[in-house]
Ligand binder design. Structure first.
Ligand code: BTN
Length: 256
């Protein structure tokens, strides 16, 4: 076992990524994991805040070969998707490139990989997952594991019992450990089948332009391959969203 060979639980910290990064600088062996009940400065991609109310937050310290650094987000996405499905049989977890895990068309978890210049080979993989609730500010765009098994029966919402954080955490670490040394071409193939973007019209936002394209597939390093007006483009970072389809019934402008 590599991932989970050391596991630390904290009641509160700034960000579990900070703790794992400190371990990286101190030379702690790869596979160490830190969970926190609360993060006072939890962060997501693009400098966004990550709220953790009702969820699990943890970070894993890794020391991968340099060639594998760019693959970590894709690997973690596949591993977390498998872990979720092992606790919620019958659910299908999707991946929204580059770092989101989706259930029922909404984000349920995010991944933030971090390192620093001069790091002697360490990378931190931070994961935030909405388990029993979604923080207030994100209720429209996000879902939780518990929401995804809540059903409407005759119009009445039937909530499932709250999920046990420890059981979910164990399943996620197991799935990460089991796949850590898996052949990356298999991980990429699975990430493609789980992708919620591929074969769809997507809108790509880079610092310099915003454009529409068709998402075609993933490259061997995890980059997204899109086609725009016949030209193939490889996207290695940025924001991608599914282009909203035009309303099937445009509002009528004729007088009644
Ligand atoms: C994202 O969706 O933008 C990524 C969110 C990553 C959040 C996790 S929670 C554990 C770890 N600590 C942090 O501060 N961020 C990551």
């Amino acid at each position: 076992m590599i991932i989970g060979r050391k596991v630390v639980f904290l009641e509160e910290t700034t960000s579990t990524n900070d703790i794992a990064a400190q371990w990286g600088r101190e030379g702690v062996a790869e596979g160490a994991v830190v969970f926190a009940e609360r993060q006072t400065a939890g962060r997501g991609r693009m400098g966004r805040r990550w709220e953790s109310e009702g969820g699990l937050c943890f970070s894993v310290l890794l020391r991968p070969a340099a060639a594998n650094w760019t693959r970590l987000t894709t690997w973690a996405g596949v591993a977390i998707a498998r872990g979720i499905e092992s606790v919620l049989p019958g659910c299908r977890a999707g991946l929204k490139w580059p770092n989101d895990i989706w259930l029922n068309g909404k984000k349920t978890a995010g991944i933030l990989c971090e390192s620093e210049p001069g790091a002697n080979g360490w990378v931190v993989v931070g994961i935030g997952i909405n388990v029993n609730a979604v923080p207030e500010a994100f209720r429209d765009q996000a879902t939780s594991l518990r929401d995804s098994v809540t059903r409407s029966v005759f119009g009445v919402r039937r909530f499932c019992a709250a999920l046990d954080h420890q059981a979910v955490a164990t399943a996620l670490l197991r799935a990460m450990d089991a796949s850590y040394k898996e052949d990356f071409s298999q991980i990429i193939a699975e990430a493609e089948t789980r992708s919620v973007l591929i074969n769809r019209s997507v809108t790509i936002h880079t610092p310099t332009e915003t454009y529409q394209a068709i998402a075609e597939g993933l490259e061997p390093d995890g980059s997204l391959r899109v086609r725009r007006e016949g030209e193939v483009r490889i996207i290695s970072s940025g924001e991608v969203s599914v282009t909203p389809s035009p309303s099937p019934h445009p509002p009528s402008t004729s007088a009644r």
